[in-house]
Write a protein that binds this ligand. Structure first.
Ligand code: MN3
Length: 235
């Protein structure tokens, strides 16, 4: 009897290991395997740290990407394992954001928002958008200058840490902001829609160069906007 159960135990253990090795390479902090359905990832920065100078300095970019952003990605992925969350893609996570722990919610927002932020900027960007997105902006806000004014206001009036956004929602363009690392795709967000542009207004995004002058950071950011990326997302 003793031998049989020992043999059965060994057999089951082998089976478990075999299955686990196919489904997941990750172990939880308790040391057992959990089939992880999805992990967030950090995009490769599309340009060198110094590429957005003088508007965003190289040191800010390096710290922002390698410390802040990397930490959000690491933390959300750890929490997905320890909290055994089985959503399979970003949309499922955002659709259920209000039901997730603040660790998952804040860090998944930080992971996604920064991936997006790096892509909607580029060296020698800015200027006036042309084509469909240019028309959509002047159609929705009256003129490009009015749009800039409204977006700047959203960025300046976000109290504390957060993001300003240009989104497409039910066929219309809208401007707004979200607190902390929330974004307009999260179920509890007041501002809803598909992000076309996003601006990080956390102090870590600008403090080294601009200190308390968020207004100068926002004003200079217009020279970095990657309108081609925004246009792609307009569809
Ligand atoms: Mn940031």
């Amino acid at each position: 009897m003793k031998n049989i159960s020992r043999r059965k135990f060994v057999k089951d253990s082998v089976k478990t290991v075999a299955v686990a090795s196919i489904v997941t390479p990750l172990l939880s902090s308790e040391g057992y395997a959990w089939p992880v359905a999805f992990q967030f990832s950090q995009v490769t920065l599309p340009y060198p740290y110094a590429a957005l100078e003088p508007h965003i300095d190289a040191l800010t970019m390096e710290i922002h990407y390698t410390k802040h952003h990397a930490a959000y990605v690491k933390n959300v992925n750890e929490a997905i394992v320890t909290e055994k969350i089985s959503y399979e893609n970003e949309k499922e996570f955002f659709d259920h954001a209000s039901k997730l722990s603040s660790k998952v919610k804040n860090n998944m927002g930080g992971a996604w928002n920064h991936n997006f932020f790096w892509q909607v900027m580029k060296p020698n960007g800015g200027g006036m958008p042309s084509g469909k997105i240019g028309e959509a902006i002047s159609g929705s806000f009256g003129s490009f200058d009015k749009f800039k004014e409204e977006f700047t206001k959203a960025a300046m009036t976000r109290f504390g840490s957060g993001w300003a956004w240009l989104v497409k929602h039910e066929g219309k363009l809208k401007i707004g902001s979200t607190p902390n690392q929330d974004n307009p795709m999260m179920d509890h967000s007041e501002l809803k829609g598909t992000p076309l542009l996003g601006l990080d207004v956390w102090e870590h995004a600008y403090y080294l160069k601009y200190q308390n002058k968020r207004n100068e950071y926002v004003a200079n950011w217009w020279s970095l906007v990657n309108w081609e990326e925004a246009a792609k997302r307009l569809g």
